[in-house]
Ligand binder design. Sequence first.
Ligand code: IDC
Length: 456
Amino acid sequence: MNRRTRKKAIVWLLLAAFIFTLWQMPGDRSEAAAAKSVAGSWKKDSKGWWYKFSDGSGYAKNEYIKGYWLNKKGYWVTKWDGKWHHNAKGWWFQAGSWYPKNQWLRIDRKDYYFDSQGYMVTNRWIGRYYVDKNGVWTKTRNISDKYPTDSPAANWGALQVNGVDLCSESGEKIQLKGVSTFGIIWSEGCENINQEAFKTVQSWGANTIRLAVYTEGGYGGYCETSVPRSTLDQTIENGVAYATNLGMYVIIDWHILSDNNPNKYIEEAKSFFEKYSAKYADYTNVLYEICNEPNGSTTWAEVKSYADTIIPIIRKHDDDAIILVGTPTWSQDVDEASKNPVKEKKNVMYVLHFYAAEHKEWLRTKITTARNAGAPVFISECNICNANGDGSVDYSSASEWKKFIKDNNLSFIGWSLCNKDEKAAFIRHDCSKHSGWTESDLTDTGKYYKNWFGEN
Ligand code: IDC
């Protein structure tokens, strides 16, 4: 070999070595845009390749850089190399047979959240973090970390009423839907106040539980002495805790009924709401229903005076909880209420109850009248049978209510999670389970609500 050829060979060899090094180096240079967004350079030491950011923020770890996974020590692990994919349902990120689900993942210095199916989530809050239209985390808010990630209470935060609509903390219209317990101490339903039971109901699509705290009416009212108040308090606190653990909303319902007029036990109501609004002041998932169903000769003026006394007590501790105010005639007269609203203007809603086999178009008209007058309406109790909780189910009336509720984006709570031998019960009388109910454990009513919760 003469000098010339030797020189040529060396140049070629060097060039080949250089190309080989480039080829070995991770990094797809064809994606110029991505490269720009992760400015930095690949480095190699005895343990392998790592990625140094050029902005002085150190090196990549626990994250993907252009499809290459850098482990917690910052080294590239080929086995986890991954890539974005998409189909009609959205984008996901796949690495071999693995893809992220129910988790955050940092890709090219941006944080993405993937839902339970593995799709990238866009345009919403995931707990305290907001992901924008590109699925990228852009904002953070301060909320309680009591609620599980991606649960309704975590995503929607402290609810607010805007105009006549119930909205999330960030202002999007939302719908609460769920079940009411039976009387919290009544044998046919009290055992259904447990963690697994609420989880079952949540799996049907419900996001809210209502705790029916009867005031009187025989055995077990809060204003009676047959059951120690401490037992009732414990049940309420357990119920709130179970809902909170699941990130569900929970309504504490002062369930007046045979007492007709909420003023009968106004003293008890004052201390009840004083106690619970203080206790749950920083629980954004707790709502207060101050009088289930005023009835008999009780007028709206009397209910309003009661509400104007109780609401400030709640507001002393909790300045923005949603407060639900029952209306006369077993919570039908929302139209009356709308003509002379309570003093508090913030986050108050007027309660309407319906039992579809008896209550029809005329009752929906009251809702429309109230809303047109600017009064927000919340359906905190309803069923598709007769108003006595029995009789028969009326599917055709039920579907008219369902349509109306959907058209107006109203919140609704079904009565009730018990196995009493009555049409309103969700669970069959011969079923003794206290959670994990399957379709065959449910009554016609129970099945109807389960399907309804599952709809959008
Ligand atoms: C009913 C129960 C029933 C119980 C009765 C007690 O379903 O088993 O014997 O209470 O008075 C309401 C009330 C709600 C009623 C329900 C059905 O808010 O307490 O529950 N209902 O009658 N308003 C309209 C119907």
